[in-house]
Structures are given as structure tokens and as C-alpha cells.
Design a protein around this ligand. Structure first.
Ligand SMILES: *Cc1c(COP(=O)(O)O)cnc(C)c1O
Length: 408
């Protein structure tokens, strides 16, 4: 038997699994399984917690975590801004947010994506000196001064982060030593300099490391601004707030992080006195709101082990199978939807319907007995779920994605 992560509190009640006030069975009856259900009440609760812990700081939603257009439309009003990472995401974001509150990061932006951002008036977070040249040229072609921020490859990284994005050679951002020079150049060319974007890592559960990184990020923004000789309108401090997926993971301490950030901001250098500050988050905002529901097709025994074969799999939930940025396969929280809090009595592996041994949604977990026809819930499916999975692999139909509206 192997442990699994903790079921998010919103879904851990007694009796059958309820999502947004309806049973998992009722959701599944809206179409075929497998399917995703996203509970907006959970997103609204995260938004409220962030706002109260981080007063005065803009909070942006990084939509790559869950770019479903109806989801972005529902989530956008809860936050100050949207961060996008492609021309496709930009088009989705522009339907729900003013361009002045949208920023566009990511390496390898094509000229036509730069032009779309400039035409709309969104801020481009520049990832390289060459991209700065192309953005200035695009602005000149369109006769519009581009709104440009410089993403910095910091000389430190977010400790304890699942995906490190600083302190090393990187496709992301301009090395700290060269960043000010690029700003001087784009300002001289008549662009509208929007400030700094400094993103040091992702999925950290180490609150002390987050606090330390935020302070280092503010200090770096001050130092670079001094080099430029001008105050930045906005400093995007990145984010990296993680959520607990696995046994032993503990949630971050949002209150402590807010207090740490407030004191770092209090002590900031004069050149940042009038800057706005932003945090950008994806997973922390939407990760816990999603539940993936999949039906048991078969129970089978093999060499003394029991397998529940379900109609879903890694083509929809790659991360839960341990094949999206994790080294060791560990178990996401899962449940038998008819008996979330039922007594676990048997050890089973939950395998998907794909013809590959990688397709294992849970490895030797202990659950109440499930039979063919029962629903299995895989939690933490709100971020990097369907859109980060190889949906074309094996040619199964696209699953439904349904939204449970807010109830307050
Ligand atoms: C992916 C990404 C995010 C969101 O990361 P999470 O771990 O989902 O919070 C934020 N900013 C940038 C630049 C990103 O690339």
C-alpha cells in the first residue's frame, strides 16, 4: 500500500462526493464519463484569501493553468490582471479583461503574436534582447508605441520549487546583468516601459523560501531600476505558490507570506516608492477547484494485485499519472465517489484505458471497494489538467469540462 495526498477540504465531506452542491453522479449524468468539474466557489475562496493576505498587491491569474475560455471568463473578474503565454491565450484573455491588465510572457513569440499584443495594448514581457528588437520593429510597423516590460532571469532561484526558473542559464528572461541595458534601449526607441517581470520558480510549498525570494526580487528590481535611472511603473514579483498534492505535503502559510511581503515592501528603496506590485499565480488559484471523474470499467486481479480499470487516463490527466514534471510517481488524492469518507478496505491500483504501462492514475492505494460502474474522483484537477495532457493520444473523445457556479 502507498499513501496518497489529502483530499481538498471542499470535497472531503461525509457520504457521496458533492461538487458545488450536486453529487458526482448528477454531474456525470450530464454527459459521458470521463469529465472534469470545476467548482468556482473554491476559486472565489482562494481569491478572497489572497486579497486579504496581500492587500495592496495586484493579483494576476496565469491562464495557462486552466485556459478553458468559460473558466477564464468566470475567474477574470476575481483578479486584477491576466497573464498569458501565447497568442491563443491572449485572444481568450482579451474577451474578459482590458488589454491594459494583460501581460504576455513566454519565449518564442512570433511576430504576429507580438503584433496582436501591441495592437490590443497588452504588455509584452520581453524574454530576450532579440525579442525586444522584433517588438520595437512591430510597433514601428503598426505606428503604435509598444507596452514593454523586461522579464529578468534572476541570479537566484526559488528554493523548494518544483520547477526552478532562475539562477541558471535559461530560455526565460534576460540575464540580470543585461536587463537594464535593454530597458535603456527600448525607452530610447520610444516604447512605453511597463517595468519588470521576475519569476523565480513554481510549485513551492516552502513559505520561508517564498518570503526570502520575494524580498530578493524587490531588491533586484530596485538595483536594476537604479541602473536604468528611472522608476518602474510595475514590478511583477512572480509567484510560485504551491498546493499540496502528495502525502506529507503541507499548505503554504499565506498569512506569513503576506506579512513577509508587506515588510519587504515597507523597506523598499526610494526608486520603487510609486511602483505597483503584482503576484502572478495559476495553480494556487485553480488547482484545487477541479475534480476529474472517471468510471470503473473492469475490476481485475493479476498475480495477487487488484486493478480498477477506468475509462479515463493520462490522456486527460497526465500530471496525476506522474508523467508531467515529476521524477517519482506519487499518488494524487483519489476517492470512490459514492463513499469519499467510507472505510478503506482494499488496496488497488487505478489504471487508465490507454495501452501503455504509464497510464496509472493511482498506485496501490487503499480505498473502499469499487465495482464496475462506480465513479472514481481524481482531485487537484483544476490546473495543468486537460490542457496539459496528450488528448490526441489513442483517439478517445474529448471529455466534457463543466463548471459549478458560485452559490453566494
Ligand atoms: C506558468 C507560469 C505561471 C503560473 O505558475 P503556477 O505554478 O501555475 O502558479 C506564472 N508566471 C509565469 C511566467 C509562468 O510561466
Amino acid at each position: 500500500m502507498k499513501p496518497m495526498g489529502t483530499i481538498p477540504a471542499a470535497f472531503s465531506g461525509e457520504g457521496p462526493l458533492m461538487i458545488g452542491g450536486r453529487s458526482a453522479d448528477a454531474w456525470a449524468a450530464e454527459g459521458d464519463t470521463p469529465l472534469f468539474v470545476y467548482d468556482l466557489e473554491v476559486v472565489a475562496a482562494q481569491a478572497a484569501a489572497l486579497r486579504s493576505a496581500l492587500p495592496g498587491v495586484d493579483i494576476h491569474y496565469a491562464i495557462k493553468a486552466n485556459p478553458l475560455p468559460v473558466m477564464v471568463a468566470a475567474v477574470a473578474p476575481l483578479f486584477h490582471g491576466l497573464d498569458v503565454a501565447s497568442g491563443g491565450e491572449l485572444a481568450i484573455a482579451l474577451k474578459s479583461k482590458a488589454a491594459s491588465s494583460i501581460s504576455f510572457a513566454g519565449p518564442g513569440k512570433k511576430d504576429r503574436e507580438l503584433e496582436a499584443a501591441i495592437r490590443a495594448g497588452a504588455t509584452i514581457n520581453l524574454e530576450s534582447s532579440g525579442e525586444c528588437d522584433r517588438a520595437l520593429a512591430a510597433g514601428a510597423r503598426l505606428g503604435v508605441p509598444p507596452r514593454l516590460a523586461v522579464r529578468v532571469n534572476p541570479d537566484f532561484e526559488l528554493r523548494g520549487s518544483g520547477m526552478k526558473m532562475g539562477g541558471r542559464a535559461s530560455p526565460f528572461g534576460i540575464d540580470a546583468g543585461a536587463a537594464a541595458g535593454v530597458v535603456v534601449r527600448l525607452r530610447a526607441a520610444g516604447a512605453d516601459w511597463r517595468g519588470w517581470h521576475i519569476f523565480a520558480g513554481s510549485q513551492s510549498l516552502d513559505s520561508a523560501a517564498i518570503i526570502e525570494t520575494q524580498a530578493a526580487t524587490i531588491a533586484l528590481a530596485a538595483r536594476l531600476s537604479e541602473e536604468v535611472g528611472a522608476p518602474p511603473p510595475l514590478v511583477n514579483l512572480g509567484g510560485g505558490f504551491g498546493i499540496p498534492y502528495f502525502a506529507g505535503d503541507t499548505p503554504i502559510d499565506l498569512t506569513a507570506i503576506g506579512a513577509g511581503l508587506a515588510s519587504a515592501l515597507q523597506a523598499r528603496a526610494a526608486i520603487l516608492a510609486d511602483a505597483r506590485f503584482a503576484i502572478e499565480l495559476g495553480r494556487y488559484i485553480v488547482g484545487e477547484c477541479g475534480v476529474y471523474l472517471t468510471r470503473v470499467i473492469e475490476r481485475k486481479e493479476s498475480r495477487g494485485e487488484t486493478f480498477l480499470v477506468v475509462d479515463g487516463g493520462l490522456h486527460h490527466q497526465l500530471a496525476a499519472s506522474g508523467n508531467f514534471g515529476t521524477v517519482v510517481k506519487r499518488n494524487y488524492p483519489v476517492a470512490v465517489a459514492t463513499a469519499v469518507a467510507g472505510t478503506p478496505t482494499e488496496t488497488v491500483s487505478i489504471v487508465g484505458c490507454l495501452c501503455t504501462p504509464l497510464d496509472r492514475l493511482a498506485d496501490r492505494v487503499t480505498l473502499p471497494v469499487a465495482r464496475p460502474g462506480d465513479l472514481i474522483a481524481v482531485f487537484l484537477a483544476g490546473a495543468y489538467g486537460l490542457s496539459a495532457s496528450p488528448i490526441g493520444f489513442l483517439g478517445h473523445p474529448r471529455p466534457l469540462e463543466l463548471i459549478a457556479a458560485r452559490r453566494s
